[in-house]
Write a protein of this length. Structure first.
Length: 148
């Protein structure tokens, strides 16, 4: 079964000093043991790059381009990347209108659109509430804090 890994999980996995690193890492291992195939999208990679390269004083990691590239390369080796599909835009457009999505939540809608186009039902995320609106669309959020 496919499970998409949300950007907030990727960010915590890339920072071994983060207080939730162990919990998130254990959740990934648990899902792999349960035969989930963990994957990401180009949207996750763009969001990761945004935080990784943003200055620390602006709530980012403050990584250099080469450091961010190395971190992203590691992520790409661990998780399969779902290709962008032409129908993803149409699905995203439908979701943002149907669910009245505004502001930064349009990024989550793009992830959900990719999930739907690839028949991915589960998403590992620290922000289950952000994806709960899509449960009628077949999206099942998994919060690492609920796996322990």
């Amino acid at each position: 079964m496919l499970c998409l890994v949300d950007t907030n999980i990727l960010l915590r996995l890339s920072d071994k000093q983060h207080p939730l690193y162990v919990i998130v890492n254990n959740a990934v291992k648990q899902l792999q043991r349960e035969n989930y195939t963990l994957c990401i999208t180009a949207q996750n990679c763009a969001e990761f790059w945004n935080v990784a390269t943003r200055p620390a004083k602006q709530n980012g990691f403050g990584l250099s381009i080469s450091e961010a590239e190395l971190a992203l390369s590691t992520i790409e080796k661990v998780f399969g990347i779902l290709p962008d599909l032409p129908q993803s835009y149409t699905e995203w457009r439908r979701l943002v209108v149907q669910f009245k999505v505004i502001g930064v939540q349009v990024h989550d809608a793009r992830i959900v659109a990719a999930m739907r186009c690839h028949s991915v039902t589960h998403i590992l995320t620290m922000n289950s509430e952000d994806f709960s609106r899509y449960e009628l669309e077949g999206v099942i959020p998994i919060n690492p804090l609920n796996l322990e």
